[in-house]
Design a protein around this ligand. Structure first.
Ligand SMILES: [Zn+2]
Length: 489
């Protein structure tokens, strides 16, 4: 998304233009539209809407016995599309109001600069800063939060529609034994099988990337807490030992609010504090770590990175970070930086370096589930965490998770399929006493970080002590309906 390479940027502009052209007539026609009216009959709509609120794991169980007709599902799909368009339109209109207001105030400030008394000037400064924050929020909602939230709902609708048939196919594959022939189906040979030779050749790339990131100031400070570090490292090393990893796993904890984990080629795993705060049990943490390890064992970064040197990749990331941190553009990234004063690593790091692409995400999902399971974890942890991110936190906090991704439906079904093919294993772990203890320690670290952040001067909010934005549009974790209320019937 924030990729600066010229070819990609041009592609983006072309895509954007094509989309704008495609949307233009629609938007004009829609100007005067009211919120979409929910499909009738009301009972069906309400029940289907409630069903879409349920977690993926429950829907996998429930879908075969749900009795919605194809026509009902189709009507719901159309309604969700209309609701998304309505919601985006609302916030686009607000965005444009904020922009105009700010431009008006800025012109005012410039015109009267010589005659303004200090209190009045300060008041104007605060108002302009406040409008910048609101603009940034609205833009983030329009570009990211609203589309992701509705995509998640549509994925669940698709699951209700298609999972029953998919389940039959899976059962047949299990009955006939053909599932053993699936890609990476040799799960009993994990660690012995050769996925992609040459992992060790990626170590120096990873080291170089770490060095460059430190040099350009991209890395947040390390989280210096021996007990937390030991706990996370124990979990990570356990998964590493039960994976196809052939290089040492090198863990770094970063003290930043971002909900993110990423692995660089050669086994350099980074986990940000926000992720530890967001996971609800050890199996969820294990699911995320296993997914990241899978990017390393699949050598995804190596496969994608061929064209650029690490130095140029990191240099570009640092440039984007500079724009974000100075509020040079009212972008999604600005919002993050404003809200959290954090580094937005998940937003600036090249997806090529991290090995993230549509194809490789599905591969890492599959291998990740295998590794978590092989290490003795309940492999549903990954689905549960993904669900939480996509439904609530994710569209605000976890942008990096959804930057380039295969459709949610494909990811969830693909992961669930793999879970069903894995041999029975008794005593799979979901939660541990050690996890709870880590959370207790973490709460203290979080509280301390919040205290330190309170009055930290920032490039983005240079005016200190202004009143809080008068109307915060949403809080991280709110469901989308709270942001865009729609008539319920
Ligand atoms: Zn991934």
């Amino acid at each position: 998304m924030l990729d600066c390479r010229n070819a990609a940027f041009h592609r983006f502009v072309v895509v954007l233009l094509v989309e704008l052209l495609a949307l233009a007539p629609l938007r004009v026609a829609a100007q005067s539209q009211r919120p979409p009216s929910p499909p009738q009959p009301k009972e069906v709509f309400e029940s289907l809407r409630a069903t879409l609120e349920r977690p993926y794991l429950e829907l996998f169980e429930a879908a075969p016995s749900l009795e919605y007709s194809p026509a009902q599902i189709e009507r719901m799909r159309r309604y969700l599309d209309e609701a998304r368009q309505y919601c985006v339109r609302e916030f686009r209109a607000r965005l444009s109001t904020y922009q105009k207001d700010r431009q008006r105030l800025q012109a005012d400030l410039k015109r009267r600069t010589a005659s303004l008394e200090d209190p009045e000037r300060r008041d104007l400064h605060c108002k302009i800063q406040n409008l910048r924050i609101l603009e940034s929020q609205a833009q983030m909602l329009v570009e990211h939060a609203i589309p992701v939230a509705y995509e998640n709902k549509k994925a669940k609708l698709e699951l209700i529609e298609k999972w029953p048939q998919e389940l039959e196919r899976i059962k047949q594959e299990i009955a006939s034994g053909t599932y053993h022939q699936r890609r990476f189906g040799d799960v009993k040979d994990i660690g012995i099988r050769e996925l992609v030779p040459g992992q060790e050749r990626d170590i120096k790339d990873g080291q170089e990337a770490v060095r460059q990131m430190k040099m350009t100031g991209l890395l947040p400070p390390e989280l210096d807490h021996p007990a937390i570090k030991k706990y996370v490292n124990d979990v990570a090393q356990k998964i590493a030992r039960h994976s196809d990893l052939r290089v040492p796993l090198n863990l770094t904890l970063l003290n930043s609010k971002e909900i993110n984990a990423f692995a660089l080629p050669g086994g350099f795993l980074f986990i940000q504090r926000g992720l530890l705060e967001a996971v609800e049990d050890e199996a969820q943490l294990a699911g995320v770590i296993a997914h990241e390890i899978a990017h390393v064992t699949g050598r995804h970064g190596n496969k994608l990175m061929k064209r650029a040197t690490i130095a140029s990749i990191i240099y570009q990331a640092a440039q984007v970070a500079a724009v974000i941190l100075t509020g040079g553009a009212a972008t999604l990234g600005t919002y993050y930086a404003l809200q959290y004063g954090f580094y937005g690593l998940g937003l600036v790091l090249s997806l090529d370096l991290l090995g993230v692409s549509r194809e490789f995400e599905l591969e890492a999902d599959q291998l990740g589930v295998q590794y978590a399971w092989n290490a003795g974890y309940d492999p549903s942890g990954f689905i549960r965490f993904f669900d939480k991110m996509a439904t609530r936190e994710g569209y605000v906090n976890g942008a990096s998770w959804f930057r380039t991704h295969p459709p949610f439906f494909a990811r969830m079904v693909h992961t669930k399929r793999e879970m069903m093919f894995l041999p029975e294993k008794p005593g799979l772990v979901r939660d541990t006493e050690e996890f709870r203890r880590m959370k207790e320690e973490l709460a203290k670290v979080t509280a301390q970080a919040a205290e330190e952040e309170k009055n930290k001067p920032s490039l983005l909010t240079p005016v200190q002590g202004c009143p809080a934005p008068e109307k915060p549009e949403f809080k991280p974790g709110d469901p989308i309906e709270k942001i865009c209320p729609l008539p319920s019937s």
